[in-house]
Design a protein around this ligand. Structure first.
Ligand SMILES: Cc1cc2nc3c(=O)[nH]c(=O)nc-3n(C[C@H](O)[C@H](O)[C@H](O)COP(=O)(O)O)c2cc1C
Ligand SMILES: *[C@@H]1O[C@H](CO)[C@@H](O)[C@H](O)[C@H]1NC(C)=O
Ligand SMILES: *[C@@H]1O[C@H](CO)[C@@H](O)[C@H](O)[C@H]1NC(C)=O
Length: 594
């Protein structure tokens, strides 16, 4: 008997599960197995009944939700009409990627595992539950799980005697080859493609929205640069409600693009088309000919901290003994702590790593670019405006991420830095974007009050809600806003003032640094217990928290429970229960980010 072709299917939101699936693909090739690799929604799920060997690699996103690129598969698989024994010919295994700090840890992988059993599939080994929280990252689970997976596969089909030994350093062919086209000296204006009309509903069809304004809303001598950015979405089919998010794909900084081209001796103006070496399809965005400049600027994630697979691939090119040893160490299970210290902790970028390994980098072949670097991931921002108040407009509030580590150059957030660099006074600055449903839901009943706690840029979704609600005549609104200083980072103060004057808003502010002792929003919540209790207990108010996920959300929840105790006379246990009941009925909602 021989091992049947292995099908590797992944569901991945930010690329980790995809990276793991690609790693399994390389391991399969090194074992001389036939394999196919696909995102779950790119696979014709009807064919699953005729597959023999499948490994599923799935992350969990949101609050226990499947990633966007497996949503259709998910819906199909849980159809009631699927016969119980329909997958009885299938040997398979499920590897999950998750984070145990979320209440629904690896929910998707666990549920998939159960469902496959229910449909009659044979599961080769227990579901793997990789955890971001582990000191050594997800690999702490993935490495032993994969070892066991291959043992099971070979034992099942060949018997243990024929186990092919594991070799991680054998070079593999690139996934794509670059075919350079001649006579292409006309410049393409890379990140700014000819804007299309329509679109804006999905990643595959973004809308090219014209940048209308990009205004710094913090005081010039405040440490943080925060931008209020406005786009024109006229001509798109975009529709959104308060709480929804806008997705964007940023571009790399020009200096970084130039540096990479220099390091790899690439001609940025060279135009190419791609061919998949295994006959599979080229990613949709790369199907027409582009310049290398476009590829590096808008596709390859060169400014992210590289994953372990980056080192694994680099090591296979290296002829330099010292560099190779280091790279092999970084790609080994034993070297993960070293890798963490070298890369993750100081947030070293892939580009900086290449500069640290000059001999290896000089040997890199252009064909491997797409194996080496993942695609730049889209970023999401809470929408800060309302279509009802501002038609054909979409606004966001963005903190420009910049911080120091032990490395000399400050670290910068790719998307926020890129957005901040865009100049609305130039003609034709278009940003590809699309919108997605958010998690926050606001009450439709006109007299139901809302209490919103949104310090810092957490105020963004609440500005959208306030614009929309006041436009609809829903005037029972309470906002708790917090920032460092009234004069430095008090966003939208004039708008709040007007709404307050018009009787449409009660605003509470906490300026943490404007007096000796620090004051935060949670203190204001406690101080105004009477009002909050009245709104919640007697008027059915909804309660919302948005903003930085660190200590603020739990601090505010604790303050709210104290309000229930103080004003409602509840015991600590009953206050806890009351908040839990609000959460399960959707009357208390969070939108937090880190
Ligand atoms: C917005 C967001 C929500 C998440 N929700 C969950 C969750 O509910 N349960 C869980 O186990 N992990 C959760 N995670 C962690 C991811 O599953 C984990 O980081 C995984 O490695 C990401 O894989 P991916 O890049 O393939 O999507 C979440 C991560 C993010 C960014
Ligand atoms: C909120 O609390 C502050 C501080 O105790 C108080 O000055 C203010 O009057 C309260 N506002 C309302 C509306 O209860
Ligand atoms: C909001 O966040 C707090 C702190 O993490 C948590 O205790 C609470 O359960 C969350 N509420 C909801 C509705 O998710």
């Amino acid at each position: 008997m021989s091992v049947p072709a292995l099908l590797i299917l992944y569901g991945s939101q930010t690329g980790t599960a995809k990276d793991t699936a690609q790693r399994i693909a390389r391991q399969a090739l090194r074992r001389h197995l036939q394999m196919r690799l696909s995102a779950l929604d790119d696979y014709n799920v009807g064919n699953l009944i005729s597959e023999s060997l499948v490994v599923f690699v799935c992350s969990t996103t949101g609050q226990g939700e499947p990633p966007d690129n497996m949503k259709n598969f998910w819906r199909f698989l849980f159809r009631k009409s699927l016969p119980v024994g329909s997958l009885c010919q299938l040997d398979c295994a499920v590897l999950g990627l998750g984070d145990s700090s979320y209440p629904k840890f690896n929910f998707v992988a666990k549920k998939l595992h159960k469902r496959l059993i229910q449909l009659g599939a044979s599961l080769l080994l227990p579901v793997g539950l990789a955890d971001d929280q582990h000191d050594l990252g997800p690999d702490a689970v993935i490495d032993p799980w994969l070892k066991s997976f291959w043992e099971k596969v070979f034992a099942l089909y060949l018997g243990f005697s024929d186990m092919v030994p594991l070799r991680e350093d054998e070079p593999l062919p690139p996934t794509y080859t670059f075919n350079f086209l001649d006579g292409t000296n006309e410049k393409t204006d890379d990140c700014q493609i000819i804007p299309t009309q329509q679109g804006g509903l999905s990643q595959s069809e973004p809308f090219y929205a014209k940048l209308l304004s990009n205004e710094r809303v913090t005081h010039p001598n405040h440490f943080q640069d925060v931008r209020h950015i406005e786009f024109d979405i006229l001509g798109s089919t975009i529709n959104f409600n308060p709480g929804d998010v806008v997705m964007m794909r940023p571009c790399n900084a020009i200096e970084d693009v130039e540096e990479l081209c220099q390091l790899l001796r690439l001609d940025p103006e060279a135009k190419f088309s791609l061919k998949a070496t295994d006959g599979s399809t080229v990613p949709a965005r790369l199907q027409q000919p582009w310049t290398l400049h476009y590829l590096v600027e808008s596709y390859l994630d060169i400014a992210a901290v590289p994953r372990r697979s980056f080192f694994e691939l680099l090591s296979t090119f290296s002829n330099d003994k010292l560099e190779r040893e280091k790279l092999v160490e970084f790609s080994s299970a034993e070297g993960q702590e070293e890798l963490h210290i070298y890369c993750n902790r100081p947030r070293r970028t892939a580009l900086e790593v290449l500069a640290d390994f000059p001999h290896t980098t000089a040997k890199l072949k252009v064909d491997y670019l797409l194996d080496l670097f993942p695609e730049i991931q889209p970023r999401s921002f809470s929408i800060a405006s309302s279509l009802r108040a501002l038609s054909n407009r979409l606004q966001i509030l963005v903190a420009v991420v910049k911080y120091k580590t032990k490395l000399f150059k400050p670290r910068r957030g790719l998307c926020s830095t890129w957005l901040a660099s865009l100049d609305p006074t130039k003609e034709d600055v278009y940003v590809p974007l699309w919108v997605k449903k958010g998690t926050l839901r606001f009450p439709t009943e006109p007299n139901t009050p809302v209490i919103m706690v949104g310090p810092g840029t957490g105020v963004a979704p609440f500005r959208s809600a306030l614009q929309e609600r006041t436009a609809e005549g829903k005037n029972a609104n309470v906002l708790f806003f917090g920032c460092r200083s009234e004069s430095k980072d008090f966003y939208f103060r004039c708008e709040w003032k007007e709404m307050t004057k018009a009787g449409k808003l009660i605003l509470f502010t906490a300026f943490s640094r404007d007096q000796e002792e620090k004051v935060y929003v949670q203190q204001r919540v406690r101080e105004n217990a009477t009002l909050i209790w009245d709104l919640i207990a007697n008027k059915g108010a909804y309660f919302y928290i948005a903003g930085n996920a660190k200590d603020m959300p739990s601090g505010v929840c604790d303050a709210l429970k104290l309000v229930f105790q103080k004003e409602g006379g509840l015991s600590p246990e009953d206050a806890e229960k009351m908040l839990a009941a609000m959460e399960s009925s959707g009357k208390s909602q969070n939108e937090t980010w880190s």
